[in-house]
Design a protein around this ligand. Structure first.
Ligand code: COA
Length: 257
């Protein structure tokens, strides 16, 4: 599938994905969300890809939110459908990806843009990044998982503060509260993402996928994270990468995953 709003480059087992609506600060419209859905479905099946990096095209924005012009005239029913479809087809798909997804936040990550970063597994940011959930200033609330994932990540009090005030958080504050795990100069952002991806790829893809699923289970309604961990732990023993990992340790060599 060819994409209009996504730039995708695959190199050394990493898929580099840039959200690309430069004239609209990469705002998420229906077409872009549809493309993200198809892209992530494809990447899940792509045996050449082990880590995915999401970033924004240009120097100003990761994503400046859901496309306000597109939903401004929606009624209540259309609003609910927009949120449900987006969560199921894109945001949950990314959060539940068995391949690690890194958000490289290169500027504004607002509303749906921050929610997109929140659905990724790890977030790093450039110094100029500005993050927030300004939806209540538009008379709506975050609808792509933001009320849940932000509170899970930085705590209920801080998330409530951001959502109620609509203020933007700078990169240093985001680092302090654990919203991102690294802050670097903008020109070093993608190189830092590559270093992080390389570190991750030293490890067993099978184990990484199970680890992500077990962590995620702890935040799923009705799922038992500890039980999931026990089962996934056991399943690892039946996988060739466990044999390779343990054998490599015993033979005092680096594992070849
Ligand atoms: N939806 C639709 N269009 C958007 C957008 C969004 N979320 N965010 C930015 N754009 C568009 C602007 O309308 C403008 O388009 P135009 O040139 O056709 O008028 C273009 O992107 C550039 O944005 P602009 O506002 O001129 O840039 P700025 O540097 O002055 O301000 C922001 C940057 C991010 C502060 C500002 O664009 C903004 O507040 N965006 C909305 C953020 C938001 O509320 N997101 C949550 C949505 S639920």
């Amino acid at each position: 599938m060819t994409f209009e709003h996504l730039l995708v480059e695959k190199q050394d087992k990493i898929a580099w994905v840039s959200l690309h609506r430069p004239k609209k600060l990469n705002a998420l419209n229906a077409a872009l969300l549809e493309e993200l859905h198809h892209l992530f479905q494809g990447l899940a099946q792509d045996s050449e890809i082990r880590v995915i990096v999401l970033t924004g095209s240009g120097e100003k924005a990761f994503v400046a939110g859901a496309d306000i012009a597109e939903f401004a005239l929606f009624d209540a029913q259309q609003g609910e459908a927009l949120s449900r479809k987006g969560q199921e087809k894109v945001f949950d798909l990314i959060a539940q990806s068995s391949k690690p997804v890194i958000a490289a936040i290169n500027g504004f990550a607002l509303g749906g843009g921050l929610e997109l970063a929140l659905s990724c597994h790890i977030r790093i940011a450039s110094k100029n990044a500005r993050m927030g959930l300004p939806e209540t200033s538009l008379g709506v609330i975050p609808g792509y998982g933001g009320t849940q994932r932000l509170a899970q990540l930085i705590g209920r009090g801080r998330a409530t503060d951001l959502i109620l005030t609509c203020r933007m958080m700078g990169a240093e504050e985001a680092l302090q509260v654990g919203l991102v795990t690294q802050v670097v100069a903008q020109e070093e952002l993608l190189a830092s993402a590559a270093i992080l991806a390389d570190k991750i790829m030293q490890n067993s893809s099978n184990a990484l996928g199970h680890a992500l699923a077990a962590i995620d289970a702890g935040y799923q309604e009705g799922a038992d994270g500890f039980e999931q961990e026990i089962k996934a732990f056991g399943q690892c023993f039946g996988h060739p990468e466990f044999k390779e990992g343990t054998q490599a340790f015993l033979e005092k060599r680096k594992a070849n995953f």
